[in-house]
Ligand binder design. Structure first.
Ligand SMILES: [Zn+2]
Length: 296
């Protein structure tokens, strides 16, 4: 049986991802012709600018929440939460996915990040409640990096020594990375489908973002890469009626007094003016109350 997915509204988080240390999100381009870059970053094929794939941030958010829920559900053996092998029979890679839409609806991980039914015809899918857009450079980061004295167009090269665990031989390689200080646009859209789960879902999204700030995004995290900070310019809460009628009381915008940062922004923002994940956690109840109609 399917699960009804009513549209009560949407919550849209807008802001930026600020790279506090250099960021490496791999592109899988193995070696480019000259320069011997073993580890290239993912770039947009048209603009040649590095970007953060929405799927990459979403995957990290999901895994952070999975690890917390695993301990909550199975305090004695959190590995029980990771029920599906997406590796091979020899090299197992266990992840958490609910097998049916009914289970997913009641699972704080799968109902937000989605699930696909298990093998065979037993399972059923639960579409994700969030979409994470790709993070792209605002204009001021493009201009800064285009003119910066780095090795490549928008990136720099760092030689990292990887020790071969078998031979103990050192194996230097060039890692391409986006320099510290770069910004990327951030947009996360959450579908409100069940008011009784709204507060928990929003708090879990912000939980994941806070943990990532103390962890890392992308590769080479153990070498200090990928420390990011999220800054927010707007949180927009829209009831379903907004999309039909566009009426003023069907939309609520938090942090209206903060300047937007988007693809076209020519100058870096005053970061102190922007809102942090902690600021959002403090005010997220205003969004919940808006949908519950007590603060519309
Ligand atoms: Zn689940």
């Amino acid at each position: 049986m399917g699960i009804a997915k009513p549209i009560i509204g949407k919550v849209i988080f807008k802001g930026i991802v600020h790279a506090e240390t250099a960021l490496h999100i791999g592109g899988g381009r193995e070696k480019i012709e000259i320069g011997g870059i073993d580890n290239a970053v993912l770039v947009d094929p048209i603009t040649k600018e590095p970007y953060i794939p929405g799927s990459s941030l979403k995957g990290k958010m999901r895994s952070v929440l999975e690890r917390r829920v695993a301990i909550e559900k199975h305090p004695d053996d959190p590995s029980k939460f990771f029920t599906r092998n997406v590796g091979t029979s020899t090299y197992k890679l266990w992840i958490h996915v609910c097998d049916t839409a009914e289970d997913a609806y009641n699972c704080p991980v799968c109902r937000v990040y989605g699930s696909s039914g298990g093998e065979g015809n037993q399972g059923s899918n639960f579409p994700s409640r969030i979409r994470v857009r790709d993070g792209v450079f605002p204009k001021y980061t493009v201009e800064w990096l285009r003119n910066a004295d780095t090795d490549l167009l928008f990136t720099e090269l760092k030689s990292e020594n990887a020790l071969d665990r078998v031979t103990a031989a050192s194996n230097p390689r060039n890692v391409e990375r986006v320099p510290a200080g770069a910004d990327f646009t951030l947009e996360i859209v959450y579908d409100v489908e069940d008011l009784s789960q709204l507060e928990e879902d929003l708090k879990n999204i912000l939980f994941s973002l806070s943990v990532i700030e103390d962890d890392y995004l992308g590769g080479m995290g153990s070498r200090g890469y990928g420390k990011v900070k999220f800054y927010f310019t707007e949180v927009i809460a829209r009831r379903a009626e907004f999309y039909k009628e566009g009426t003023a009381n069907s939309e609520k915008i938090l942090f209206l007094d903060v300047p937007d940062v988007d693809r076209k922004t020519p100058e870096p923002p005053d970061y102190d003016e922007l809102k942090t994940t902690a600021d959002l956690i403090e005010r997220i109840n205003e969004v919940v109350e808006f949908f519950e109609g007590t603060n519309g």
